[in-house]
Write a protein that binds this ligand. Structure first.
Ligand code: B3K
Ligand code: ZN
Length: 885
């Protein structure tokens, strides 16, 4: 472990800053081996006045060249520099503090602060990267008006960017030039950005709702200039949508996006200068899959939406991260739903939540969406804070209704514009605007864990009454043994023989909100509660948790016939999908049991019939049919299995493969018919119907290959004839996973030859190979790590290859000889030095050791090994130590 273990920070210890920084002036001298940063910060003490007082500024990994106060250079005894701070012993109530520091972006492999991505200077300051640039009060509630001068070589760095408006540019001596940027909006340091390099841009104009012209630019390397159009269109759509749906207008004359290769996550919402991972901006149908296009659209929108939910109104402290992230994810999911199929979007979001967030909630890092403490804030950019946070905002939307929710968001933005606030302020605005009391609802912010909702029904034929008995509970999570009941909006319908029945809830006014009398949102707020429906003329099948109205795990004892009925006929698209998933999971687990007990596996005829109906009905949205036929992932199945005793990855994998193959065989003619019928076109590659067709067609291909290896010929033909990356990659995957050595090797080789100049496609190539579930799994990955195109310094490559292996190749990662675990441990040790944020993210699969009774000890041993490593970063230390507790 580290010589001294890093300490935790607690929400309860929050204190406002003693100082404000009204203005911040920065000057960057970009040199080839270092950067000289000169800062002038205008300080004002706001805590109890005193003659003199000390100040502590955050600062790491930098060399202090000089420090002065109001123009007077300080003597060495007037201050102290430590590894993490600069303390000045005595400072006037109001003054200008000037520092000159030297930093080395060229050596910064952590990609936090100012660093170099290839030949480009760029920054990433959220959460605490600014303190690696200059000494500062680096916390989100210290907001300042920034003026930034960037000076560098004209040839190497013709483009010099920072936040806000460009004030002036100048040629200076020695072939250098400079640019001055001023951002009139006060902002926390985490939203600061700087970019310098040789970039080209595309430009469009946007006229805002109040008729202001905004210049929109996307900056990329010259070779990528033809791949920015889709991101630009997405930005324009997002800007219009935010005006129409939230009444939010853009507030500066310029909005820039820059794409960089080396980036720790997807993108960053720096004020007016968003910095993006190239993987989240660049697209063309030649190099990008349909999923990739959707990702670009939603991330461009997400970062843009932060301009209001995050930037204009920001977080008081990092415990409030979900204030901006949960709300912004909710906003971007509404946007994506409006741009495409709302049900498909919901299905994708819920699949992610259930496989990743539910697992997080059940593991050692479980935390509420507003955590109470952390060691390293970078570890809390989690599915809980983001995705569950968005679900919590969605529930407020459901409980208030769309109109009151909009009044609440207007009030929130109006009340807090220019402030750094808390989740509580958000909830208060929602309460004030709607008159609805959210007191008990607030437990969603403070309690961790996935609530368990168990429902039983009871039908009284004589009285024509149908009752739902609902019970909620929530498992203990670290530090929270007992939970209070949550407020759970439970959207329901009742399915009869001829469709959904009209609902009359006893003792309740008619639900006027939806105008649909077959749908109703019940508010569950007690541990046990019953809801009685009157005038129910037949025994219905309950359609529960429609639209996934709350992030809970739902339990109702459906028969397989019930599930088939819901799957075929329920009025709610989400419930139709969810019933299919439940049935598929049930069949897979049944087959797993048959394997374990040595009996011959058989496929449930009910499932075959239901899938056959789905495939035959050409009136259904092909995208939804594809989602309904998608087998639940191994990760999700393992999580499910661990809830009831323990997961065995090998038998889960075997059973899942068997079910796919058996279904592929049973319905081979139908799969082939749909496969051949769904033509795939390049034209209008992003158009919804084409995407839907491709998605079902490729799903059929998967089943066909699983059912009969001869169908690899179809995959081969598709690979050769594909006019877009979606079809090419789908075919490649089938070949890589299931073809014999020769075909596999030649196809993979062909793919690499063809795309080796497109880094993003090479990453897809790494990722497909990392996931191949054959006995060569780990050695293939190890070999690929020596490939000339691999680079440990580039997070996209590491995520594709190492992440692809540990997250998507479950049987190899969990090999009983422990080699997968050792491999991950060794990678984490290496990356811990280079890029701690990346290291700690990769570590997640090892933290789930308790899920696997048969090999958990092997996993734990690697965690112990990591714990014994010297010089662990706070990032890795926190995950390791919490996993071992
Ligand atoms: N706010 C950034 C995430 C920053 C992560 C820092 N470790 C991107 C986003 O959520 O929009
Ligand atoms: Zn965000």
């Amino acid at each position: 472990m580290a010589a001294s273990n890093p300490d935790a920070v607690y929400l309860k210890d929050y204190q406002p800053s003693a100082y404000l920084i009204n203005r911040t002036e920065l000057h960057f001298d970009l040199l080839e081996d270092c950067v000289i940063v000169s800062s002038r910060i205008h300080l004002l003490r706001i805590s109890a006045p005193a003659e003199t007082a000390s100040i502590t500024l955050n600062g790491e990994e930098m060399e202090l060249l000089s420090v002065s106060v109001d123009g007077r250079k300080l003597e060495e005894e007037e201050y102290r520099v430590s590894a993490k701070a600069l303390v000045i012993y005595s400072i006037p109530e109001q003054c200008v503090l000037a520092c000159e520091t030297r930093i080395r972006p060229q050596e910064n492999t952590s990609l936090s602060g100012l660093y170099k991505s290839r030949s480009l200077f760029c920054t990433q300051c959220e959460a605490e990267g600014f303190r690696r640039i200059t000494y500062y009060i680096d916390r989100p509630d210290v907001m300042s008006v920034f003026t930034v001068t960037v000076e560098g070589d004209l040839q190497r760095y013709p483009v010099l960017l920072s936040n806000g408006n460009l004030i002036e540019t100048q040629q200076v001596a020695n072939g250098r030039h400079s640019a001055v940027w001023h951002d009139p909006f006060p902002k926390p340091a985490y939203l600061f950005a700087l970019v310098a390099g040789n970039l080209e841009y595309i430009e469009e104009r946007f006229t805002t709702m109040s008729d202001r012209e905004v210049a929109l630019r996307i900056y990329v390397e010259k070779k990528d200039i033809d791949k920015c159009g889709y991101a630009m269109r997405s930005l324009q759509q997002a800007m219009r949508w935010d005006e129409e749906v939230y009444g939010r207008e853009y507030d500066l004359d310029i909005f820039n996006i820059v794409a960089v290769d080396d980036f720790n996550m997807g993108a960053m919402e720096n004020k007016s200068l968003n910095i993006f991972n190239t993987s989240c901006v660049l697209c063309s149908s030649q190099i990008t899959t349909d999923l990739g296009f959707q990702r670009v659209q939603s991330i461009v929108a997400h970062e843009y939406f932060h301009n209001w939910s995050g930037n204009r109104v920001t977080c008081r402290d990092w415990f409030q991260l979900s204030l901006k992230e949960g709300f912004t994810v909710f906003r971007d999911s509404q946007f994506s739903a409006d741009m495409g199929s709302a049900t498909v979007k919901r299905v994708e979001d819920v699949s992610l939540l259930r496989s990743v967030q539910f697992a997080e909630d059940a593991g050692p890092m479980s935390h509420p969406i507003r955590p109470e403490s952390f060691i390293e804030i970078n570890n809390f950019y989690t599915a809980t804070v983001y995705e569950k946070g968005a679900e919590v905002v969605r529930m407020i939307h459901t409980l208030l209704g769309a109109e009151s929710f909009r009044r609440g968001s207007d009030l929130y933005f109006e009340r807090h514009d220019g402030q750094a606030v808390t989740c509580e302020d958000f909830v208060l605005a929602m309460e004030d605007a709607s008159g609805i009391n959210l007191q008990q609802f607030r437990y969603w912010y403070s309690q961790a864990g996935t609530p368990h909702l168990s429902v039983q029904d009871d039908y009284d034929e004589a009285a024509q009454c149908y009752t739902l008995h609902v019970e909620q509970s929530c498992p203990a999570t670290p530090g929270q043994a007992k939970k209070s009941p949550f407020v759970i909006p439970l959207a329901v319908g009742l399915l009869g023989e001829a469709g959904n029945l009209p609902l009359r809830l006893q003792d309740a006014p008619a639900d006027t909100d939806t105008g649909d009398n077959t749908h109703r949102v019940l508010t569950v707020s007690q541990s046990k509660q019953s809801f009685v429906f009157e005038g129910v003329t037949e025994r219905p099948v309950p359609s529960l948790l429609r639209g996934f109205s709350a992030p809970v795990s739902l339990h109702f004892n459906y028969s397989s016939q019930d599930l088939c009925a819901l799957m075929r006929r329920d009025g709610d698209g989400f419930v139709r999908w969810d019933s299919a998933q439940t049935l598929l999971a049930r069949v897979i687990f049944a087959v797993e049991q048959q394997f374990v007990s040595g009996t011959a596996a058989i496929l449930d005829q009910l499932l075959i019939d239901a899938c056959s109906d789905l495939l035959r009905d050409e009136s259904l949205d092909p995208a939804m049919v594809a989602e309904m036929l998608r087998l639940p992932g191994e990760e999700y199945l393992a999580e499910q299995a661990s809830q009831s005793g323990g997961a065995n990855v090998d038998s889960i994998h075997q059973a899942r493969e068997w079910v796919r193959s058996a279904l592929g065989q049973a319905l081979a003619p139908l799969f082939l018919q749909r496969y051949q019928g769904l033509e795939s076109h390049l034209a209008a590659a992003t158009e919804a119907t084409q995407i839907a067709d491709r998605s079902l067609r490729n799903m059929c291909l998967g089943y066909l290959v699983s059912g009969n290896r001869d169908n690899l010929a179809l995959a081969s033909a598709q690979y050769r004839q594909a006019t877009n990356m979606t079809d090419r990659q789908a075919a490649l995957k089938e070949i890589a996973f299931y073809a014999g050595h020769e075909l596999r090797a030649s196809t993979l080789d062909n793919f690499h030859q063809q795309w080796r100049h497109e880094a993003l496609v090479v990453n897809q190539w790494f990722q497909v190979q990392a996931a191949i579930p054959d006995s060569e799994g780990l050695s293939r990955v190890q070999l690929l790590m020596c490939h000339a195109d691999f680079d440990l310094g580039n997070p996209n490559k590491v995520r594709a290859l190492v992440g692809g292996f540990v997250n998507q190749n479950l049987i190899n990662f969990h090999h009983l000889d422990g080699s997968g675990y050792r491999f991950l441990k060794d990678m984490v040790v290496k990356l811990n030095r280079l890029n701690p944020q990346l290291a700690s993210r990769l570590l997640t699969p090892l933290t789930k050791w308790r899920r696997y009774p048969d090999r958990g000890e092997l996993m734990r041993a690697e965690l112990e090994g990591l714990a014994a490593e010297p010089a662990l970063s706070s990032d890795v230390f926190e995950i390791v130590s919490k996993s071992l507790q």
